[in-house]
Ligand binder design. Structure first.
Ligand SMILES: [Zn+2]
Length: 329
């Protein structure tokens, strides 16, 4: 019976480990999107608190700090008193190399927007992108457990994505600042895997990769994602979002970069159903108890499968049409 109970103990432990990770995912989403952080607006105390929290999580997970003992990469923003902070941790490669895979998720939001009608002026930015930030922390946890790889793995919770997106692009985004001041050489980045929005609907029937054009690694990505029981089914409107993500900072500089979305159609049932969720960039992008986490692990594993494939092949793709990701687009 000893072996049997040991096996049970292992099973129970591994289930507990998986559950604990999703528990941490949920707890981080709830904290980052709480009113206490005020929607993590540009230069705000709430954004600062969020940065501190993420740095604490990176440390706890076991990532190496960006510089010395600090996880922060500060940068100035025009018309803003306090600097913005990218939060960066990494796992050094087994053997010294300049090659890196860069995971990103922006942690900022619009913050408190006084011009919004009604009492609730806090844009909690739960789906966009407390969820992605929490997922980034879990990606780090997955790879710390797996140990050093053939390339450096960099995890960046980027600042000022929303600010950069809604003001003239003379304003820097955190991702831009990193691309200009990278930890490992920009031209040796294998791929940027960006998490912006994350599954809270449950297992879905389809998934998308954005962008779907202008990079030469789509086939490679589809092969990596083939084991997942989902159909690659990108809607046409995503072509209008080529410059809407942190990936732009990399793509416009010739570095392959993608954001993976697990579509909106739930798996099972005839044709699936299209769930509704709070509007993004509005005060009702809030966490609530209708959020499901049974598709979350799969979403994490998709990013892992892509990173693993590129780690294994050592391949580095090209941006075949940089103009798709330039400012004018
Ligand atoms: Zn976003």
């Amino acid at each position: 019976m000893k072996r049997f109970s040991a096996l049970i103990a292992i099973l129970v432990l591994s289930i507990a480990a998986a559950a604990q990770d999703l528990g941490a995912l949920k707890a981080n989403i709830i904290y980052l999107s709480s009113d206490e952080l005020g929607g993590r607006g540009p230069g705000s105390e709430g954004a600062r608190k969020a940065a501190g929290h993420i740095a604490g999580q990176f440390k706890k997970v076991g990532l190496k700090p960006f510089k010395g003992d600090s996880y922060f990469q500060p940068f100035e923003m025009p018309n803003q008193k306090t600097p913005e902070l990218n939060v960066i941790g990494y796992i050094p490669a087994k053997e010294k190399t300049g090659r890196s895979i860069v995971f990103t998720a922006h942690y900022d939001g619009y913050g408190i927007v006084e011009s919004v009608e009604g009492d609730d002026k806090i844009h909690n930015a739960a789906q966009d992108n407390a969820a992605g930030t929490a997922a980034l922390i879990e990606m780090a946890r997955i790879y710390v457990k797996k140990g050093s790889q053939s390339q450096n793995l960099v995890f960046i919770a980027t600042a000022a994505e929303e600010g950069g997106a809604r003001t003239p692009r003379a304003d820097m985004t955190g991702a831009d600042f990193y691309a200009l001041n990278p930890l490992f050489p920009l031209d040796e980045i294998t791929i940027n895997l960006n998490i912006d929005g994350f599954n809270n609907l449950g297992p879905t029937a389809d998934y998308w990769i954005m962008p779907r054009q202008g990079i030469d690694i789509i086939d490679e990505l589809l092969l990596a994602l083939k084991p997942f029981p989902m159909k690659y089914n990108p809607p046409d409107w995503i072509d209008g979002m080529n410059t809407s993500f942190d990936t732009q900072a990399f793509l416009s500089r010739g570095v392959p970069a993608v954001t993976i979305w697990t579509g909106f159609s739930l798996r099972g049932g005839a044709g699936g159903k299209v769930p509704t969720f709070g509007r993004i960039h509005a005060p009702d992008d809030e966490y609530n108890d209708t959020w499901r986490f049974d598709g979350a692990e799969e979403n994490l594993r998709m990013y892992e499968a892509v990173a693993d494939r590129f780690l294994k092949s050592g391949k580095r793709g090209k941006v075949s049409d940089v103009s798709l990701f330039s400012e004018e687009n």
